[in-house]
Design a protein around this ligand. Structure first.
Ligand code: NAD
Length: 437
């Protein structure tokens, strides 16, 4: 099939390359010239495992074309995916202007029937507005359908998630559009749930909000565990063995970040509010999450006494491992709070330093974990990159001024670190190796 994908960010590029891998002929369109230039020279403009190789593979087979001009893509494609950004407005509602721009562009350039697919995460009823824009700008006799096909990929494992999804959700209103979507997903080995469009739109927001709620829930349990000397990891295990609850997303720590959960949660309760539904449960989920970095820094202060002039090493900047994305990353919030207290910060991340410096130009990013340990009063692990487990912790301890570790993800082995002489402070569990009190 001939497909066009508008937006070649995390979702759009994975969608474009993923469909090309299945043999479809794909146009990738982006208004960002730098991105298109990079893609045309065989370079993925961000870090995501597996994408570099796949780009070269499908480019070699001539299955993908990138351009800033979407005219030919619209004319030539049967199915057009909208994968542009839907960032939050000041009040938390989704800014849908990029979606509107693309809808209008398609309407103005299509000469025959098209299936237009919302893959960006959008509030319910966005399809109504896309249809409205299409009707205002298209030539009268050109037909189209709007389909909702939300994307559930996770950065860091985006390609795997796209190629082998747990489910595919397709909200569709006409038989013709459904047949196109069936053909498109024919080779995917996953259950496909066909629904009406509004239902599909809600599935995405409801899923992300539910996962965010699980995280905030376990984080509050962690606070209680800390107070009474219980172990949140074991509580989560004990809860998660109940198949109605499940083990996943019961991980206590410094909270969720990224470009999706915080924004989707807010957009979901805002759209509910606009429809007269008070979903304040989700506001609480958000509030709990916003306090995680604050509580983490308070804990550091309780142990270090004064933060002023203390040298703190930060391990991990990306909002989660295996990505260079720092949007809404807890690391940056924690660094800001520590700096406000007068601490001196040195950070290390395997791939996200450059992006972090774009939003925090004065940040001292060093090129190894051993360097950030040099003379440090404490190390705070914020992102659970696998490589942090395998570090030479003895060497790190020898480099530090005072051997304190705050593990914001309960990722390291406290007992082992304590045996090396560290004081180790996890989240929602007892500290190890505390020297007094
Ligand atoms: P992104 O910011 O990485 O990419 C969006 C791209 O759209 C940018 O490259 C931008 O230049 C381009 N763009 C904007 N307006 C355009 C236009 N008029 N024409 C062509 N290109 C245009 O965003 P992303 O992370 O890929 O997310 C895209 C959407 O998918 C969002 O709605 C997001 O919520 C959703 N989503 C993201 C993820 C994720 O993990 N990143 C997962 C699932 C869903």
């Amino acid at each position: 099939m001939k497909i066009a994908v508008f937006g070649t960010g995390y979702v759009g590029l994975v969608t474009a390359l993923g469909f090309a891998k299945f043999g479809h002929s794909v146009y990738g369109i982006d208004r960002d010239e730098e991105k298109i230039k990079a893609l045309n020279s065989g370079k993925v403009p961000f870090f995501e495992p597996g994408l570099d190789e796949l780009l070269l593979e499908v480019q070699g087979k001539g299955l993908v074309k990138f351009s800033t001009d979407g005219k030919e893509a619209v004319e030539d494609s049967e199915v057009i995916f909208i994968c542009v950004g839907t960032p939050p407005l000041e009040d938390g509602r989704a800014d849908l202007s990029q979606v509107e721009d693309v809808a209008r562009f398609i309407a103005e350039n299509m000469k025959e029937y098209k299936v237009i697919v919302e893959k960006s995460t959008v509030p319910v009823k966005t399809s109504y507005w896309i249809k409205r824009i299409m009707n205002l700008y298209r030539e009268k006799d050109v037909g189209f359908d709007v389909v909702s096909n939300p994307e559930f990929l996770r950065e860091g494992s985006a390609l795997e998630d796209f190629l082998y999804p747990e489910r595919i959700v397709v909200g569709v209103e006409s038989r013709k559009a459904r047949e196109k979507m069936e053909e498109l997903y024919r080779d995917f080995d996953a259950p496909i749930l066909y629904t009406d469009v509004e239902t599909a739109e809600i599935i995405k927001h409801a899923s992300n909000s539910f996962l965010a709620m699980k995280i905030s829930f376990i984080n509050m349990v962690a606070d209680l565990c800390e107070k009474v000397g219980a172990d949140v990891e074991m509580v989560a295990k004990g809860m998660g063995l109940d198949s109605r609850i499940g083990q996943k997303f019961l991980k206590a720590g410094v909270g969720f970040g990224g470009s999706c959960f915080p924004k989707d949660l807010r957009a979901f309760y805002r759209i509910a509010e606009d429809e007269g539904v008070d979903f304040s449960l989700l506001k609480e989920v958000e509030k709990i999450n916003e306090l995680r970095p604050v509580k983490f820094v308070e804990k550091m202060k309780n142990v270090l006494w004064n933060l002023k002039g203390k040298r703190i090493g930060i391990l991990g900047l990306s909002f989660k491992p295996n990505t260079d994305d720092v949007r809404e990353a807890p690391s940056l919030k924690i660094i800001k709070l520590l700096k406000k207290e007068g601490a001196e910060i040195f950070a290390y991340d395997p791939v996200a330093s450059e992006n972090a410096r774009k939003v925090m130009p004065e940040l001292n990013c060093l090129s190894s974990p051993y360097e950030i340990a040099e003379g440090a009063n404490a190390i705070a692990l914020i992102t659970e990159w696998d490589e942090f487990r395998g570090l030479d912790w003895k060497k790190i301890k020898d480099n530090m001024e005072t051997p304190l570790i705050f593990d914001g993800r309960n990722f390291l082995e406290g007992r082992k670190l304590a045996s090396l002489g560290f004081e180790y402070y996890p989240v929602g569990r007892k500290p190890f190796g505390r020297m007094n009190g």
